[in-house]
Ligand binder design. Sequence first.
Ligand SMILES: [Zn+2]
Length: 185
Amino acid sequence: MKSIKKPITSILNKQVLVLNQNYHPLLICTAKRAISLAFLGKVKVVENYKQRVSSPSLTINLPSVVKLDKFVNVRNNKIVLSRKNILKRDQHQCQYCLKTGVPMTIDHIIPKEKKGPDSWENLVACCHKCNIKKGNRNLEQSEMKLIRKPKQPTRIHYIRQFVKRDQSSWKPYLYMGNKELRAIA
Ligand SMILES: [Zn+2]
């Protein structure tokens, strides 16, 4: 194993999306792990990268998405409600004007003064300009619109952070459109 050259190692370290038996995204592992699980019959390869990997005896397509053969029951670990996680969920994009790449703040959709709670449904990433514009008003009064309804992030939101351009094969399983993929590429 010591003789494995760097390019092969880096290919084998490529990230692979692991789906549950019902196609729900579960986690990410390395291609090396995915290949060995496939050989053991524990996963089925669903999608491949363009690259192939060769050993002296065989050449195979490099898997990009695999699916578990047996369903595993996983508890949906709750993600902590924090400024950092709100920004992550909203991909550092102002949820009013779509701006990215500018300093972000957190907006209470229903203002705190109007008893708006600190919750996944009431907090969104917001640029300073929109935050000032909205001020202490709620949505109707400010006549501002959210680009999407904020929700508690799921495992899918978490995994979405890891999607890179050459992982476009993951996106149907993460319910991502082209627009969302470009935003994080
Ligand atoms: Zn904005």
